[in-house]
Design a protein around this ligand. Structure first.
Ligand SMILES: [Mg+2]
Length: 268
């Protein structure tokens, strides 16, 4: 996976967003960092005395910090949430979460394959977006919004990179003769571009790719559950179902489910 890392050196150093803002504004930190947790940003930071520029930065930072603090009357500002999400990616925490999910699922597949019965046809189910394919470039560029025309252009490019630990998991399952089924909420009209994208990341040999019918009116969860039921009905045992959304995982027809982190959007 191409781990998106900001050109900002403080981001590479893994500094929290509030520290990065402080660094940008040139504001000193008080000796007791616990003070940051106790009240508004205006109480948390002190400007360097006698420096007008610093005082201006202090006010700006205070306003930003106020935007980041929830109160009883006013929810935390949307911008603060977006900064938090970008920091989650830029500090590498997201990549580490993805690695943990893939490692956990791989361990389970290994254990389950070791006690496979004679003739048992094992399968895993994987979602695609933010499970195997990484759309962070698009998510970031769109500022966390969904515009259908922009999304369609992105899919047509077929250039989403693989989430590498998940691609490794895919190859591991295949090496153990476990069938892999992709069940995605992408509609049928995106099938060819999706197949092209999968080919591009070196993902061959999957048993099936299920896209939602173009005129699907139900939920993603309903579509995905119905498809898993069909796979089981064909005589396979789904040992693992892996996805980034609850809607990928609810409804049964899998021995175990694995939730991949995705705080960026919700698909029902
Ligand atoms: Mg997904």
């Amino acid at each position: 996976m191409r781990n998106p890392v900001s050109a900002d050196p403080s981001a590479r150093a893994g500094l929290p967003v509030v520290d990065r803002m402080r660094q940008i504004a040139g504001v000193k930190r008080r000796t007791d960092p616990r003070a940051e947790l106790s009240g508004s940003g205006l109480q948390c930071f002190a400007p360097r005395a006698g420096h007008a520029r610093r005082a201006k930065a202090w006010v700006a930072l205070g306003l930003l910090s106020l935007g980041g603090c929830a109160t009883l009357d006013e929810p935390r500002n949307l911008d603060a949430h977006k900064q938090e999400l970008r920091a989650y990616v830029e500090t590498g925490a997201y990549a580490r979460g993805l690695e943990r999910s893939a490692a956990e699922a791989t361990r389970w597949i290994e254990q389950r394959v070791a006690r496979r019965s004679d003739g048992e046809q094992l399968a895993i189910v994987m979602d695609l977006d933010e499970t195997l394919l990484l759309n962070w470039t698009r998510i970031d560029a769109s500022d966390f919004t969904y515009v259908r025309a922009d999304w369609d252009r992105w899919v047509a490019e077929a250039s989403a990179p693989a989430i590498q630990p998940m691609l490794d998991l895919f190859h591991y399952a295949r090496s153990k003769n476990v069938d892999v089924f992709f069940i995605t909420g992408r509609p049928e009209r995106h099938r060819r571009d999706t197949e092209r994208n999968l080919q591009r990341i070196g993902c061959d040999g999957y048993r099936g790719l299920s896209c939602a019918p173009d005129d699907w009116k139900g939920t993603a969860a309903e579509f995905k559950m119905a498809r898993r039921r069909q796979i089981v009905g064909e005589g396979r045992t789904i040992i693992a179902n892996i996805g980034d959304q609850a809607s990928d995982l609810v409804g049964g027809f899998a021995e175990r489910t694995f939730k991949v982190p995705n705080p960026f959007y919700l698909s029902k």
